[in-house]
Design a protein around this ligand. Structure first.
Ligand code: MLT
Ligand code: MN
Length: 303
């Protein structure tokens, strides 16, 4: 088991797929039983080196359902136990932190995030439900290697983003590189490394340099095109306004990473309006022809 194991627990963006109250064109395919689409829970992955002890990257509102269908994350010893030893957050968004409230039953784990994201949790007393004597909140500095779980190390770095929606005051700055939104590099001592970047507003040259040569990039696949939610009649916001680059177009992520060497490139955090969710759609085919995979819940990768 000496490999870098990745389990995609939730491949969808906030709301999941289909979204509970959505009758937009893509969510409707699911409600109408179209076999080309499958349900997806909200944004989280698990990583491990030994396959016994795991770290979660983000903790989605669907964490309970994700554990129920993932035997490797279930308790193995009486009276209480969890293979989940650490949880690292990439931002303070609801789809990435709300699941912490479902893990409040006095279980020890380390909660890692930037000081800025920890401050957001600190400011909301509901997170005190995580017993402070058991759940250690560990501030993580940018650009430093830290032990994550077993002998996996993680390094976080700022990516263009914004503050969480519920923390916005007036017009937020979009695309700022700060402690509010980070990407993560995870490396095993014997070599394999991956990058996990579920939210990113654009792709600066320095980010391409950073991820180049990795075995795996898991990247923000929220939208196919910037005005997709407006076109679908389900919202007023562009992807850019939400802090997410689109996949398609000259300024999209497919073009941005085209010449960056990567073992595998996988879209994750996919919104319920994105036509790549539909197997065989022209957009799905275009992404696949450009070398991208579309993550699904239960996808396992061993590097
Ligand atoms: C996002 O990724 O933009 C957020 O998760 C949106 C939200 O808060 O639902
Ligand atoms: Mn999100």
């Amino acid at each position: 088991m000496g490999r870098l194991h990745v389990l995609v627990l939730g491949s969808a963006a906030g709301g999941g797929y289909p979204q509970w109250n959505c009758r937009g064109p893509i969510s409707s395919l699911f409600w109408d039983g179209d076999p080309r689409v499958e349900e997806r829970t909200q944004s989280s992955i698990a990583v491990s080196h030994d396959g016994e002890t795991w770290a979660l990257l983000n903790c989605s509102p669907d964490i309970r359902q994700q554990i129920l269908r993932t035997p490797r994350l279930q308790p193995r010893r009486a009276p209480r136990h969890s293979p989940i030893a650490s949880i690292l957050l990439t931002n303070g968004d609801i789809d990435h932190v709300a699941g912490l409230l479902s893990l409040r039953e006095r279980q020890a784990f380390r909660l890692l995030a930037t000081p800025a994201v920890l401050e957001v949790l600190q400011a909301n007393r509901i997170f005190e439900a995580l017993a402070p004597d058991l759940v250690a909140r560990c501030p993580v500095a940018l650009n430093e290697s830290i032990p994550l779980v077993g002998d996996l190390v993680a390094e976080i770095f700022p990516v263009p983003g914004k503050v969480p929606l519920y923390m916005e005051e007036g017009e937020p700055e979009i695309g700022a590189e700060s402690e509010s939104t980070v990407g993560v590099r995870i490396a095993a001592p014997d070599g394999p490394q991956l990058f996990y970047i579920p939210g990113c507003a654009h792709v600066p040259e320095a980010l391409k340099q950073r991820v180049g040569g990795a075995d795996l990039l898991l990247f923000d696949g929220t939208l196919w095109q910037d005005d997709e939610m407006i076109q679908a009649g389900v919202g007023q916001k562009t992807g850019h306004r939400m802090g997410h680059i689109s996949m398609s177009g000259q300024d999209g992520s497919i073009a941005a990473f085209r010449d960056v060497p990567l073992g595998r490139r996988v879209f994750i955090h996919i919104n319920n309006t994105n036509p790549v969710l539909v197997q065989g759609s022209p957009e799905r085919r275009a992404a696949e022809e450009a070398g991208w995979e579309i993550a699904y819940d239960g996808l396992e990768i061993a590097l």
